[in-house]
Design a protein around this ligand. Structure first.
Ligand SMILES: [Zn+2]
Length: 787
């Protein structure tokens, strides 16, 4: 800016400033010496006689800026000079005036700038983006259409402005950002992308600057043996209520006594039954009564009447005649009723005859402050199932299938319909039981499964809620147990809003432990119940796995959406902290088994469960505190999965995915039952292979840039030491690099490192048959050297 202020230079003729004629040579020397001292300079005013004198000043070595101003007695220029240089200038006879900008001020500005540069650099370092490819897969699904699924994690994904785009074959598709509990999880396609030709690779580009190209591999499609020529399927032809289902498995066990038996589970349900109720009035004027007897045991025979006596100043009174509770409302001086609903409720509950039959309540949180109205209503339990549906507590049963049902064979537990409205799920269970028993004599492959396994199938965990779903309210999810107080137990709530979500009632990672995804509200569809395992239906499952410790696998069959998931199924919301993840080897085993099971599902009519809907519950869906798969895995080490049968179907005309719902038309429900029964058979194959797995795994060590990694012949957990000590089960494990990622390399420093390790497979076989518990030295050993 100073340069712009330069004045016209022709100012010759002015007298030299006071003082001696400067000696340019001497001045140059002393100014240079001062400069060499390295001080920052002040900008000072120097007044000289004329432009020639300015030239002399420059010649003398002074750092003269372009700033020049005419003043009385000559020219004022600005010179950059340290205190020593200023002194030298004075010694030379120059008139050195005020400091315009001090060196300290300049240094402050320099420091400010450097700080700003550091901030910019730090930001740049932070924004240097890393993209981690998780999955890139193609698959074929119903109807032969092929699809593409891609998952990529961006180190900048927490920023909602980070947009990732997948490019292939001239197309670009924007990825979805998967966020849960306020945390970025990864980028994906929420719906797989339909493609006509499968790309060999895709390029992912981020607005954060990074890009990467990944090969596309096939998802599912593991070859399966053709069913034998006599293999029969299709044993269900309509949706079945629990009464029919359980009759059917009883009949099956009776028909195949050598191969099957029925196990009564010890905890009877509440039963498909309710107390009878009647309500008169609405809102604050409403009051309702609830019978002490179950509806079918006399409650439904009762009647409530509130009557205006038609006379002035009549007292409120309650009488009982036969099954009729008759309230005579109080009246004022004009004969109008003036009893509030709360007063009527108190009078009914104070009447020995009435309170022997019913309990009266005001409506919800109104307090019953309104004036009660006249009315009459029969009490009813509101249950519409035909009479042959028992109203008594229900004994839930398992059909146990296997040639040797003595605990010596690997056990598999399949259970359906924790959620009542999921009508397809019991058909999956029943179809599987029928296939096993009816094909045993003619199909060698089925015979192997039945001979080598101990199979427990519970077709409907929640028979009470399911009867209610079939006959009263199709949307019922929970059981029939009322844990609500009177404020939530009126007939409206009873019909729609109470019961316990059984898949939130278990004891691992529960709401009571602080985990997310279950409600404390008795009217919520994810109500956890008042305590862990408060419900007989949940206790039955736990009992079975305790009673038969040979059970190593479990399948919790739900609908809908086409998911296939495993633990961890719950996290603490604050920080999204999940239950402990399985080891990397266990997780790889879950994946490998899943690929086999889902390929079996696909073999029926081509349905591919999406890769994005496969994985730990908390990675692909949400947290479900207190679910049963976590119960079985964390408490008993059972490999537990959840099916959500009923995958979306592709509409080739609209080119969109159509969800199938809880109760699709039976033709579609049948297809779902068949394909997921295929999946259950696939699980039995996994279990049989597990039971036959006596071959120890083999691993090879590789030294990569990131450190030591291992290749293995099957999914394994690897324990290692780097200090020359003997590895045991408590030695460090090879861990995943992150959610849905591969193993993280083990870092090793420069020089030689002695790596001792052993691998153990899902069935517990240890590499080299080394015994980590007892001792021995036949673990694996290798020395790696990093230059
Ligand atoms: Zn469900």
């Amino acid at each position: 800016m100073a340069a712009l202020a330069v004045l016209p230079l022709l100012l010759a003729g002015l007298p030299l400033a006071a003082g001696a004629e400067p000696d340019p040579d001497a001045a140059a020397t002393s100014l240079a010496d001062a400069a060499a001292a390295g001080h920052a300079g002040d900008i000072v005013e120097v007044t000289v006689a004329d432009q020639d004198a300015v030239a002399g000043l420059i010649e003398a070595g002074a750092d003269v800026t372009e700033y020049t101003r005419q003043v009385d007695g000559g020219l004022l220029v600005h010179v950059v000079a340290t205190p020593d240089q200023q002194a030298a200038l004075r010694d030379l006879g120059y008139a050195v005036g005020d400091v315009v900008v001090s060196a300290a001020e300049t240094e402050a500005v320099v420091a400010e700038r450097e700080a700003a540069v550091r901030r910019v650099n730090q930001t740049l370092a932070r924004t240097a983006e890393t993209l981690t490819p998780l999955r890139a897969e193609w698959f074929e699904s119903v109807g032969g259409q092929t699809y593409l699924g891609v998952e990529v994690k961006s180190s900048l994904g927490a920023d909602s402005g980070t947009v990732l785009t997948v490019s292939f074959d001239g197309r670009s598709v924007t990825m979805d950002r998967f966020v849960d509990a306020g945390q970025y999880i990864y980028h994906t396609f929420f719906e797989p992308v339909a493609v006509d030709d499968v790309p060999a690779e895709v390029t992912v580009t981020s607005t954060g600057g990074a890009s990467l190209t990944v090969p596309v591999v096939e998802w599912l499609g593991d070859p399966r043996p053709e069913p034998g020529p006599h293999y029969a399927t299709g044993f269900v032809d309509h949706y079945m209520d629990p009464t029919e289902l359980y009759d059917r498995i009883e009949a099956l066990a009776a028909e195949f006594p050598d191969l099957a038996e029925i196990i009564d589970l010890p905890y009877e349900t509440n039963g498909y039954r309710r107390k009878a109720q009647a309500m008169i009035g609405s809102d604050a004027a409403a009051l309702y009564v609830t019978s002490h007897a179950w509806g079918h045991e006399g409650g439904n025979e009762l009647r409530l009447e509130t009557v205006n006596p038609g006379t002035a100043n009549s007292p409120l009174s309650v009488g009982v005649s036969g099954g009729t509770i008759r309230v005579s409302l109080g009246t004022d001086g004009s004969g109008a009723p003036n009893s509030t609903a709360a007063q009527v409720v108190a009078a009914v509950n104070a009447s020995p005859a009435a309170s022997a039959l019913v309990t009266a309540s005001t409506y919800r949180t109104t307090g019953g402050t309104g004036v009660a109205v006249a009315g009459a209503q029969d009490l009813t339990d509101g249950l519409d199932a035909p009479a042959h549906i028992s109203r008594e507590p229900f004994t839930v049963r398992a059909i146990r299938i296997g040639r040797d049902r003595d605990g010596s064979k690997t056990g598999v537990f399949a259970y359906s319909q924790e959620h009542a409205r999921e009508w397809v799920t019991p058909l999956v269970a029943l179809e599987t039981a029928e296939r096993l028993l009816r094909n045993y004599a003619t199909d060698a492959y089925t015979k192997q499964l039945v001979d080598d396994l101990d199979i427990f199938i519970v077709p409907s965990v929640n028979p009470d809620g399911s009867h209610f779903s079939f006959y009263d309210r199709a949307g019922q999810r929970r059981n029939m147990t009322n844990h609500c107080g009177p404020e939530n137990s009126d007939p409206g709530r009873a019909a729609t809003s109470w019961g316990v979500d059984l898949n939130r009632n278990f004891s691992v990672g529960s709401r009571f432990d602080g985990y997310s995804g279950a409600s404390a509200s008795c009217t919520s569809d994810t109500y956890s119940g008042p305590a862990e395992l408060s419900e007989p239906e949940a206790r039955n499952e736990v009992w079975l796995t305790q009673q038969y410790p040979n059970i190593r696998f479990a399948m919790n069959v739900h609908s809908y959406g086409g998911y296939f998931m495993w633990p961890p199924g719950a996290y603490i919301a604050d920080g999204r902290v999940p239950l402990p993840r399985p080891t990397l080897g266990e997780e790889n085993y879950f994946w490998a088994a899943s690929s086999h099971i889902l390929s079996a599902v696909q073999a029926w009519r081509g349905t591919a469960v999406w890769p994005g809907r496969t994985g730990p519950v908390s990675d692909v869906l949400y947290s479900a505190a207190g679910n049963s798969a976590d119960e079985h895995w964390y408490n008993r080490g059972i490999f537990g999965w959840d099916f959500e049968v009923g995958a979306d179907l592709w509409d080739p005309v609209e080119r969109e995915w159509d969800p199938q719902g809880f109760q699709p038309p039976f033709a579609e429900g049948y297809e779902q039952a068949m394909e997921f029964s295929n999946g259950l058979i696939g699980l039995l194959e996994v279990a049989r292979a597990y039971g036959h797995d006596v071959r120890p795994p083999r691993t090879t060590l590789e030294l990569t840039d990131g450190g030591v990694t291992f290749e293995a012949t099957e999914p394994v957990t690897i324990h290692y030491t780097l200090d020359g000590s003997r590895p045991t089960y408590s030695s460090p494990r090879v861990e995943s690099a992150g959610l849905r990622e591969d193993a993280a390399p083990i870092p090793v420093g420069a020089g030689s490192t002695r790596v001792h390790w052993f691998a153990v497979d899902a069935a517990g076989n240890v590499e080299n048959r080394y015994d980590p518990l007892r001792g021995g030295t036949n673990y694996r050993k290798e020395t790696v050297t990093v230059d």
